[in-house]
Design a protein around this ligand. Structure first.
Ligand code: GDP
Length: 308
């Protein structure tokens, strides 16, 4: 599964529940990583890890029930506190940063963290190299977390670029997982800032297109809206249609199947005309059972297509 933070983590959790231990690999976006207090923070990798470990906070990030003692003290000492990092969450960034400084790759670190948290799913970054999302707004170019967290997504997005993406090499574990997969899933994640910086890494799009497995994408846009975050406004300001069809157009030529929500059933023929098989399914994942059920239905639709 190719995934960002929130929508990606939820569907990954559903798949983890349904497939055997160790059978799922999640390839997470790292273009919204940042450096804070000298520590390497990977918000999407961590949302996925914490969700799969069953310890994620209510909003889909951080650790549930976390406390804020360290952040309050950091603030008193003059460090920025707009990016909320709880005490338990901080421990992850301390550990990650130490292992990176000692020469581990981000892929190795993610494996180690998953192991420590008892997660049997492989969670790997799309790349071990630095790729950073830069958002163009009327206030100038902003790094992703300044746009997303510090300025609360209030700026109209005029353009998006991924600094470092040309030089970045895909994580070997990600490329291997794609090549060996029985099914490739593009999670219902933000197509502009979560999925594009994964597929845009050299060899990644070609890996998905050349893989033996079918590729299925799930729409993060339901009834013309994102369930969370700025994906809908970003699609609009960048000139895309704000609908499952608009998302499907971005994935044309990459995916074999497209899953859209029941609310959007009338878009199915237009999506099919893009050359994809279409599945209309309940895709709102309110409960853990919703996540697992969506994973089951995606697997059976793909199996039916392959005659399995
Ligand atoms: P981020 O890195 O935290 O922004 O997370 P993602 O890119 O993975 O996810 C953001 C997208 O997830 C948004 O566009 C949401 O609409 C979508 N999303 C969140 N929950 C659900 C859900 O239950 N079902 C579907 N289909 N999409 C969801």
């Amino acid at each position: 599964m190719l995934a960002g933070g929130t929508g990606g983590a939820k569907l990954a959790h559903g798949f983890q529940h349904v497939v055997g231990a160790g059978e799922l690999t999640v390839i997470a976006n790292v273009a919204d990583d940042l450096e804070l207090f000298g520590l390497h923070v990977s918000p999407d990798l961590d949302s996925v890890l914490y969700t799969l470990a069953g310890i994620v906070g209510e909003s889909g990030w951080g650790v549930r029930g976390d406390t804020w003692t360290a952040l309050e003290m950091l603030g008193r000492l003059g460090e920025p506190t707009w990016f909320r990092i709880g005490d338990a969450d901080l421990a992850t960034h301390v550990r990650r940063s130490r292992l990176l400084r000692e020469g581990s790759t981000l892929t190795d670190v993610s494996r180690a963290l998953a192991g420590s948290l008892g997660v049997t799913t492989q969670v790997v970054p799309a790349t071990d190299d630095p790729v950073r999302t830069v958002v163009s707004t009327d206030a100038g170019e902003l790094d992703f977390q300044t746009y997303f967290v510090a300025r609360a997504q209030r700026d109209e997005v005029r353009g998006v670029r991924f600094a470092g993406i040309e030089q970045a090499r895909p994580s070997p574990a990600a490329i291997a997982a794609i090549a060996e997969a029985d099914l490739i899933v593009i999670a219902p994640s933000n197509p502009i800032v979560s999925v594009a910086p994964i597929l845009g890494i050299r060899g990644m799009r070609e890996g998905v297109q050349g893989a033996a497995a079918a590729c299925v994408a799930v729409s993060p846009i339901i009834g013309g809206h994102a369930l969370k975050g700025p994906a809908d406004r970003m699609l609009a300001s960048l000139g895309h249609e704000v609908s499952a069809l608009g998302v499907a157009r971005l994935y044309a030529g990459i995916v074999d199947r497209f899953v859209l929500d029941e609310q959007d059933a009338e878009l199915a023929p237009a999506i099919a005309a893009l050359g994809m098989a279409v599945d209309v399914l309940p895709t709102v994942m309110s409960t853990e059972e919703d996540r697992a059920e969506l994973a089951r239905r995606i697997i059976s639709a793909a199996d039916a297509m392959l005659g399995r």
